[in-house]
Design a protein around this ligand. Sequence first.
Ligand SMILES: Nc1ncnc2c1ncn2[C@@H]1O[C@H](COP(=O)(O)OP(=O)(O)OP(=O)(O)O)[C@@H](O)[C@H]1O
Length: 664
Amino acid sequence: MFIVLAKFWQKYRRQRLVYQAHLRKIRRLLDVPSEYITRPATQKLAVEYAPSQKYFQRRRLIFRWSIRCFLRYMADFDRGSARLNQKFLRRELKTHRKLFDNIAGKSLDSQQRRAIVTDEHSNLILAGAGSGKTLTIAGKVQYLARTKGIDPQKILVLSFTRKAVQELQERIVNKLGVNIQVWTFHQLGLRILRQHGRPSLAEESLLSQIVRNYFAQVLPQNSASFLNALRLIGSTPRDTAELTRLQKQAADWQSADWPLAKLAQLSCTFLNLLKSSGRTPADLTAPPASADAPKSRAALFLEILPPLFELYQATLTAQNKIDFHDMINLAAQLVRERGSPAPYQYIIVDEYQDISLSRFQLIKAIREKTSAKLICVGDDWQSIYRFAGSEISLFTDFQRQAGQAALLRIERTYRNSQNLINIAARFIQANPAQLKKKLYSRQRIRQPLRVIKYAKGQERSALEQAILNIIEEYGEQKSLLILGRHYRDIQEFLPDCRDKSRYQLFQFNAASGEVIYARRPKLKINYLTAHKAKGLEADNVIVLNLSERALGFPNQITDDPLLSLVLAKAEGFPLAEERRLFYVAITRTRHTVYLLAPRQKPSCFVTECAAYRDVRVSELARGDKPLICPRCQTGHLTIFTRRGHQFWGCENQPWCGYKLVNYL
Ligand SMILES: Nc1ncnc2c1ncn2[C@@H]1O[C@H](COP(=O)(O)OP(=O)(O)OP(=O)(O)O)[C@@H](O)[C@H]1O
């Protein structure tokens, strides 16, 4: 009897120990986790805890609350992990409140904080213009380095332009004191190539030289290909004699008038885009031929392209050089073959909406070697580089491209007023393909978007009117950004600013982009194209030349359809990229935006915005009274003489009383 009891007791104790071990294990799981549970970690946990699940289920041990919680967790692991992650986030936000209260002197808002502490394997931070993307990235780096003990050398921060890199470096290294290196994709690529002793950079003009040589020397030697090229530009020779004459002429091709010159230029652009996507001509397929066009233009082009591509690649190899695109393509290949340049734990990409296929491949290669976590920050509303090879689907379809991801938002803008965001968001979301966002701001400004319409010849007066209105409202101390769609827009507005012999009301320094308004020389004015202004801000903004014409805003010159073979899939919505560019332009302002549009043929964007609430439209008076009073908006400005002094004032005196002192 005693032996039976002893055996029973031993068995009971053994079972009890197993039971307690499982219980301890699941309690550890259900406790607030010490780190964020990522999707890959969730899958590992599911495997790790399956035996405990079986153990409790088999014995129907569900009387304890923790066991019931555990079984519920195991039934839907994703939801269970999400719940635990919420607990983790709450604790992290509380523990590190002081840090988030002071990132470079700014207290982060709740969405910025969440974006920082969320630590999924792949993270996409969807942000609005002026919502503090740069500050959030700086905060993330500081959080990782200071609280998680991550070596800053294992955090790879990437951006697209040197300017953006400098800004990030300045904020992270100088302001936050975290010693980190921020790179452009090309700098990173070059670093990888140098590590493996790869060749130096070829002259920028090499591609155009080779293309020229190809069309002048190589192509004419092959009559069939030469004929294809002529067909492509719509000029089929009448007979063999004419074909031979054209082949001979090709060798002496000098001027841009040569019929194949445009095709050569197109080939240069095409090859640049092809290489920037990391593909070769073999990856391209022409659309199927139709009954009326047995060989499409695309098919003809894809016949003459491969030899050109090979010639270019062979020249690079012979000279032991690489081009700008190889810096990224070869770097990705080297990472795949020989490993990552450093054991990165985090990769943070700024302005992710501008990502191209080849850059994405480079990130992917590094992640495959290091299992680094990826944090991409961007704004699809500001994606304006499709023409240069950016692939917006890598952003909008992030989950499919980068694996299951956490989608975070930062939607409070610190730059624009709510009134301006309402206008800008309505304008951009007219395109239903743009991701939905609810941006908000605490700032309010009545009629932040103001349209001034002018007659032909009044361009300069319209600009002056806008400047005077801004000075009247905000004084001379505020910064002013003048934006054009094309660089030459400013020259159309200030044609006489190049004539040094005359009195110059405006002076424009083309090198620095600085504009000096002679009557208010202290006013800080800069001129940029809308593309260059991305990422910048100013107190007030004037957008020039909003006209409806080929080189207006929107720019209506369409790309050669052949480029669609290498560009991202065309968007269904008309002028989608120009719309985003206009959105970028108007969101650079902290206060107001003036849109200068011709009375005849104003831009369709201006007409669309003019119908919105909170948009003010005024017209410049014709003839010799071009300036409208900025205060009452009805009278014109005229010169008054009082006690021997002259000054500009509103003609509606004394009702209006507006005077411009120190103007004459
Ligand atoms: N939490 C905050 N508190 C106060 N100011 C902030 C905060 N976050 C950002 N800002 C300010 O908002 C402005 C815009 O920030 P930032 O330049 O980082 O925006 P962005 O998202 O990169 O803008 P964009 O995409 O339009 O270039 C800056 O002046 C920045 O200092």
